[in-house]
Ligand binder design. Structure first.
Ligand code: CO
Length: 140
């Protein structure tokens, strides 16, 4: 597998509106996408754009107490850095690559917030970093 672009950094937050205000007012972000729900993953999501290479901050808030983000917020009440998401050209090839190295993959390959297939690799097998692998979206 060849490592691709850092697409986004996932950041959990207990309050999406407050987090958006922080990124606009404190961090000077000018482009923030409208929040939308991803019910299968139990999250409400929006993206903060950064310039140049276009790496984004993915703000994640829980839709319910069963959300994985709700569990994260129990351990980190303020929210915080949740995962890193890297692009790969071929999701099936990447899945085989991590599986062959006995990395624990969390759940099935699914459609992520950018509309391309993604999977997550367990932080305990990734030097402590929950890692999202996503197929490269068509960059417009
Ligand atoms: Co993500």
């Amino acid at each position: 597998m060849k490592l691709g672009r850092l697409n986004h950094v996932g950041v959990a937050t207990p309050d999406l509106d407050a987090a958006i205000a922080f990124w606009r007012e404190t961090m000077g972000a000018t482009v923030v996408t409208a929040p939308f729900d991803m019910p299968e993953q139990g999250v409400r999501v929006c993206f903060v754009d950064t310039p140049q290479h276009g790496t984004q901050i993915e703000l994640l808030s829980p839709l319910s107490d069963e959300s994985p983000i709700a569990a994260f917020l129990v351990r980190n009440p303020q929210g915080g850095q949740h995962h890193l998401a890297f692009e790969v050209p071929d999701i099936d090839e990447a899945h085989e690559w991590f599986t062959a190295q006995h990395k624990r993959i969390l759940g099935p390959i699914r459609i992520g917030a950018h509309g391309t297939p993604v999977f997550f690799v367990h932080p305990k097998d990734m030097n402590g970093v929950l890692t999202e692998i996503m197929e490269t979206p068509a960059h417009g």
